[in-house]
Design a protein around this ligand. Structure first.
Ligand code: UDP
Ligand code: MG
Length: 140
């Protein structure tokens, strides 16, 4: 299982703009299988915990304010080589630099509100999935 899953969020701005259906359609069309899915909202403290790896970065306060500003979608996705495949699929962190047709290019507003999150390693995919879901909800 590990190595074949990644974790994603649809970020508050993309949810607020009504893009969640289009983004989920694109994820499925891209060959990613949804293993778990949740519509919810983070507190500031939860956003800080989720992004704790970035706490020394200058964008940490703004990012965690933003990520707790409205509802998000959390999902666990399955595909061969899911972490790398999904990061290539969503495009570069900055939507302006993202390839044409990627989710971040199509639905991102700026480098902070870049439409979606994607895990950066197999290990973090498991940690992030377990942040939102019990193991039995995605690992089946
Ligand atoms: N971010 C930001 N400013 C930056 C870099 C990143 O606001 O200069 C935000 C952006 O929302 C990004 C998140 O912080 O998705 C995590 O940054 P990371 O470098 O891990 O990028 P990612 O893995 O999401 O492409
Ligand atoms: Mg990252």
């Amino acid at each position: 299982m590990s190595g074949n899953i990644t974790f994603t969020m649809i970020k508050p701005k993309a949810v607020a703009k009504g893009y969640m259906g289009k983004i989920i359609d694109q994820i499925i069309a891209g060959g990613f299988k949804i293993k778990a899915l949740k519509y919810t909202k983070l507190t500031k403290q939860e956003a800080e915990q989720f992004y704790a790896i970035h706490k020394e970065r200058p964008f940490y306060q703004g990012l965690t304010d933003f990520m707790s500003s409205g509802p998000i979608i959390a999902a666990v996705l399955e595909k061969e080589n899911a972490v790398e495949a999904y990061r290539n699929f969503i495009g570069a962190t900055n939507p302006e630099a993202a390839a044409e047709g990627t989710i971040r290019k199509l639905y991102g507003t700026n480098i902070e509100a870049n439409a979606v999150h994607g895990s950066d390693s197999d290990e973090n995919a498991v940690i992030e999935s377990n942040f939102y879901f019990s193991t039995r909800e995605w690992n089946y």
